[in-house]
Design a binder for this molecule. Sequence first.
Ligand SMILES: *Cc1c(COP(=O)(O)O)cnc(C)c1O
Length: 440
Amino acid sequence: MTLKDTDPQIYELIEAEKQRRKDGLEMIPSENHTSPAVLEALGSILTDKYSEGYPGKRYYGGNQYIDEVEKLAIARAKQAFGVPHVNVQPYSGSPANFAVYLATCKIGDPIMGQNLPDGGHLTHGWKANWSGLWYKSIPYHVQKDGYIDFDEVRALAREHKPKLIWCGATAYVREFPFEEFSQIAQEVGAYFAADIAHIAGLVIAQAHKSPVPFAHIVTTTTHKTLRGPRGALIMVTEKGLQKDPELAEKIDRAVFPMGVQGGPHNHQTAAIAVALQEAMQPEFKEYGHQIVKNAKVLASALIEQGLTLVSGGTDNHMMLVDLTSGGKGRGVFAQEALDLAGITLNKNTIPGDPSSPFYPSGIRLGTPAVTTRGMKEKEMKLIAEWIAQVVLEIEDYKLPDTKEERIQYLKQFRKDIAGNEVIQNIKQQITEFCKKFPIP
Ligand SMILES: *Cc1c(COP(=O)(O)O)cnc(C)c1O
């Protein structure tokens, strides 16, 4: 019996999502299309097994094959990134970062990370997250030009003597200055953790500088540019072991049993191993470089079409469009109109955003998923034209000041764009265009 027979409701929803992804362009920079091999491992019976603990040290029997799967995933991750220790069990990026705090800090210790509205991640000390509630968070910011304000980082680190400094972000278009961070961490005696969730695939492909020579700890998700299943890795570098010879054991203990996890997700571990193997092939190196080439071409084309980009371009897979020339808080209009047109991206804050994270003034988009489908420079120029046309269509919409007005206004906005012929026409063109670029 197949899923279609036993549970047609879920089956139909999966098919509908498949169709949505086929007919449109996925441009959320943290998303990708995984390979059939990754999906096969992820959908395997390994999900049935309990294996709390680590290879050779399990609390349950019958783990002889699970041990081999986890050992392979570890060996491949070590090879792919060039590190001496890896934990492959974190359920996802946020729990991985949680384990880093458990391993390196006590509750209430000062920590530093990039401010969330400036592109940082929730788990780097944002006030609404446990990392900001349980630790003394000292956020650093980016300058108006989109680069990290390193004078501020240095001054704050010297003043507050943080236990842990994060470098890494969810919305940052420039190369991360790992070397500068490592110097300041060294000076104040902090652990330096690089969170490369977004750029891990670029790092393996050597399309972005590696943090491994500079950081003590490196965390990453496995489902973004790395193109694996949802999951995460925590790596300890040679430099980390020099700072603290027990760091590897501390990390492992922080993941299990100290942290938020019980039994590892073995199907996920297997799929991570498959993705890492794929990422070490020559084709993946090409893929990583093509992601960046595509992003640079797309960025220039968007600027040519009259849009304003934060920092004036990109070094990686991602760009941020600043929509404030038409008023603040307009990201929501662009996100919804583009979604209707078949381009999925997300509203996002921009440096010094005059609005709020819920009604931010920009949109964030990236090239990892469209590059997986085989799109190149020529296609990026077409995509830029479509984006610019849609943004022009919604030019006159301004975000009202009060909550009540906003709800009414957005209702009307949705009605308007649903009947907008230019947007409908672009949607048709995109659906047609997408047929030439099948999802793996
Ligand atoms: C995506 C991301 C994470 C968290 O990943 P989840 O798997 O969604 O928990 C952590 N850090 C950064 C910088 C990210 O971009």
